[in-house]
Design a protein around this ligand. Structure first.
Ligand code: NAD
Length: 340
């Protein structure tokens, strides 16, 4: 029996997760919950998705001439697992409905860690989601930092991580957000919240983060300094990182020198919605000096949490182990490892 999934909130993250669910051999997308009768509702229907709406919006859907399949509560009752991808804070309000219907729910990084029983990044702590009713997939930055930190921790042991995050100001489709000609501290008084958020996944990691917001939409860029528990050569790190799941290695030798090149690469790879699910690490950026290692990675904020949501579904609703789940997710989404 496939795991029945409902996606509540069909925006940047929800639309991508819904598409990814449809590609999984062991999952069925029962439908999506949507508040606005717009072009995204029409394209979702044309892709075979069922639409569920809030009861108080019936008139606007009728007026738009879009036929729907029921109310959000109906969707919640029909599924095994809800993916809540609504804007920050709405998930908390929705959680009462999921609890009332006894449904397992997976929230996104905008929700506070206290709402859930565990925050999960598949490579790191998939098993922590077992038996839980409410879990969270962390934000894009936390997911990427957790993956790379876990690599260093598992392979060599980490003494300290100091990371600077240049955050994209808005997503490409945002019309109301974003700085245009400015660089903002985020915040001016360190640390940024990201280090603490990574510790919801990697509990004892000694990580310190600072962040700035930059006027771009394609991706975040992380500049990461790691002090390892032993000296490791650059070559050794590069070899090990080439084998690491969900890390894509790119090179300036191939003309990939900016985050726009990474965005363009996603198009040439034929990725749906330009999705880059992997941490994108520049080969040339990897540098080691004694115990210290430096590298730079780009993070496609719109897509990096998609595979994490898919694995989180299996962690809460199946008996599949982490490796098998990630193998299926990576195969169905075309996720690569190593040098492109
Ligand atoms: P978004 O604004 O693009 O999409 C949210 C969607 O939910 C919108 O379509 C909105 O109309 C809909 N919605 C609002 N209230 C609703 C309700 N009550 N029922 C059903 N639908 C409702 O937001 P997003 O960027 O996809 O973010 C969703 C979550 O994912 C947030 O927690 C965010 O922090 C997190 N996240 C976002 C990014 C990113 O870069 N965009 C990355 C990682 C995690």
């Amino acid at each position: 029996m496939p795991i029945k999934i409902g996606v509540v909130g069909y925006g940047t993250i929800g639309a991508r997760v819904a598409e990814a669910v449809m590609k999984q051999p062991d999952m069925e997308l029962v439908g999506i919950a949507k508040t606005t009768p717009d072009y995204k509702a029409k394209t979702a229907i044309s892709r075979g998705m069922k639409i569920f709406i809030p009861e108080n919006s019936v008139e606007s859907w009728k007026k738009a001439g879009i036929k729907v399949d029921g109310f959000i509560e109906d969707l919640v009752r029909e599924v095994d697992v809800i993916i809540d991808a609504t804007p920050k804070g709405v998930g908390k309000a929705n959680s009462e409905m999921y609890k009332k219907e006894g449904r397992v729910a997976i929230f996104q990084g905008g929700e506070k860690k206290d709402l859930v029983e565990a925050t999960v990044v598949a490579q790191v702590n998939y098993d922590e989601a077992r038996g839980k009713r409410m879990i969270r997939v962390p934000s894009c930055n936390t997911t990427a930092l957790s993956r790379i930190s876990w690599f260093f921790e598992r392979e060599y042991g980490v003494e300290r991580i100091i990371a600077t995050i240049a955050r994209r100001a808005a997503d490409p489709a945002d019309k109301k957000e974003g700085i245009i000609d400015n660089i903002e501290f985020d915040p001016i008084k360190p640390p940024s919240h990201h280090g603490e958020d990574v510790r919801t996944v990697l509990k004892n990691l000694n990580i310190f983060t600072t962040a700035i917001k930059i006027p771009t939409t394609h991706a975040h860029l992380h500049l990461i300094n790691v002090k390892l528990r032993k000296k490791v050569s650059r070559e050794e790190i590069l070899d090990a990182l080439s084998e690491e799941r969900r890390i894509m290695l790119v090179s300036s030798e191939d003309g990939i020198t900016t985050t726009s090149d990474v965005f363009e690469l996603s198009r040439h790879l034929g990725r749906p919605m330009n999705n880059i699910y992997e941490n994108v690490v520049w080969v040339e950026s990897i540098h080691s000096e004694g115990e210290w290692v430096y590298l730079a990675q780009a993070v496609h904020q719109e897509a990096i949490v998609v595979p994490e949501n898919i694995d989180a579904i299996r962690a809460v609703a199946s008996s599949l182990d982490a490796e098998s789940s990630m193998n299926t997710t990576d195969r169905t989404l075309g996720i690569v490892r190593g040098r492109i």
